[in-house]
Design a protein around this ligand. Structure first.
Ligand code: FES
Length: 184
């Protein structure tokens, strides 16, 4: 009787050992994964900060845009943050600003939505012309011709007048598609 009981106990022992080892591995894995996730978040922190840094950018003073209804081109300069470096005051694009009221400004990205060339304003035709495949756009950015190569109008961006300064929520958009899809 005593011998039988001892035999059963000895059969259970390896099973107990297996469960103990499995539990230790699971707990060890959970304990180890927490600092690993924290490390990854710290490593990716500059990328998260880059997203947070995007917003309105001062482009020009209100005085710099004449009240003649014509578009004027301005560079957009900002601090550029890549994954782990910050570069202060570098050109990140350009916009056409056009005064539509005393304190009202429209902003259009200079990049053609077809394939990414820079459009020019042609004063004699009162329109924008893309030199690459001859897309034309009206002063408000709308497509100006039938069968335009461009899949959408020029990309407008929100403008805010703060005191005497013009701020644009600058954004580049993906080219070659009919929707305005922000570039990441
Ligand atoms: S890139 Fe402008 S028309 Fe093609």
């Amino acid at each position: 009787m005593t011998n039988k009981s001892t035999s059963n106990d000895s059969e259970k022992l390896p099973r107990r050992g297996f469960f103990a080892r499995a539990t230790a591995i699971i707990i060890g894995g959970v304990v180890g994964i927490v600092p690993a996730i924290a490390g990854i978040l710290v490593f990716l922190d500059p990328l998260r900060r880059k997203a947070a840094a995007q917003g309105s950018i001062r482009v020009a003073s209100l005085r710099a845009v004449p009240n003649d209804g014509k578009p004027y081109k301005f560079p957009v300069v900002a601090s550029r943050v890549d994954a782990w470096n910050k570069f202060p005051d570098v050109p990140i694009g350009a916009v056409y600003l056009r005064r539509t009221g005393d304190r009202e400004i429209e902003a259009l990205n200079v990049v053609c939505p077809h394939a990414g060339c820079f459009v020019d304003f042609v004063p004699s035709r009162e329109c924008f012309l893309c030199p690459c495949h001859n897309s034309t756009f009206a002063l408000d950015g709308k497509i100006n011709q039938k069968n335009s190569p461009s899949p959408r109008p020029l990309d407008s961006m929100p403008v805010e007048i703060r005191g005497e300064d013009i701020y644009v929520q600058f954004q580049n958009f993906r080219s070659g598609v009919p929707e305005k899809v922000p570039q990441t």
